[in-house]
Design a protein around this ligand. Structure first.
Ligand code: HEC
Length: 155
């Protein structure tokens, strides 16, 4: 008797595993992507004096182009797109095990409330204990150019 009961319990748990696996396999990509916006965010807040900063540059072509070049190609030690993705959605296939995930710049809900100075401070100093490096070699001007470029992803 005991053997049969155990066997049934075993079968039931195998059924649950199978159903779980099937649900995982057929969940469509867009549904998974939906979890990316609004994006969970636990990034430290910049000091007051940074939060008040406004981007001093105009969002004109030459600044956007300069930002694009750093983002897509020239950022050191590695270009921003390696993690944030070519189209800014935070889903780069860079092979890193991200926790937390890179910011999704295409998500207006998450990006709009963040002041320019917050973005400036994180780009300069990095976000501790995450994969978001500090980029101390960028000039102030380059960081502001980058910020204009990041903002256009959610426009
Ligand atoms: C090695 C991967 C990696 C690279 C390269 C990288 N980032 Fe990030 N970035 C992250 C991760 C991960 C986070 C999320 C950090 C967190 O949750 O605190 C992040 C967060 C951010 C944020 C969000 C700040 C906030 O307050 O929410 C900004 C802005 C940002 N990155 C800009 C950049 C720029 C600009 C570059 C290129 C100069 C860059 N990142 C390069 C991984 C990366």
């Amino acid at each position: 008797m005991k053997g049969i009961v155990e066997n049934q319990a075993y079968q039931r748990s195998m059924q649950f595993l199978l159903i779980g696996w099937l649900m995982f396999m057929v969940t469509p990509g867009p549904l998974l992507a939906a979890g990316n916006c609004p994006q969970y965010r636990s990034t430290p807040t910049a000091p007051e004096e940074f939060l008040d900063l406004k981007n001093p540059l105009a969002p004109e072509e030459k600044n956007l182009k300069a930002g694009e070049l750093i983002y897509q190609l020239q950022g050191q030690p590695i270009a921003c797109k390696t993690c944030h993705g070519e189209n800014g959605d935070g889903r780069a296939e860079s092979g890193y095990d991200f926790n937390p995930l890179p910011r999704n710049f295409t998500c207006a809900e998450t990006m709009k409330p963040l002041p320019d100075g917050q973005l400036f401070w994180i780009i300069r100093n990095g976000s501790p204990h995450t994969r978001m490096y500090a980029f101390p070699s960028l000039t102030d001007k380059q960081v502001w150019q980058l910020i204009h470029y990041l903002r256009q992803f959610s426009k």
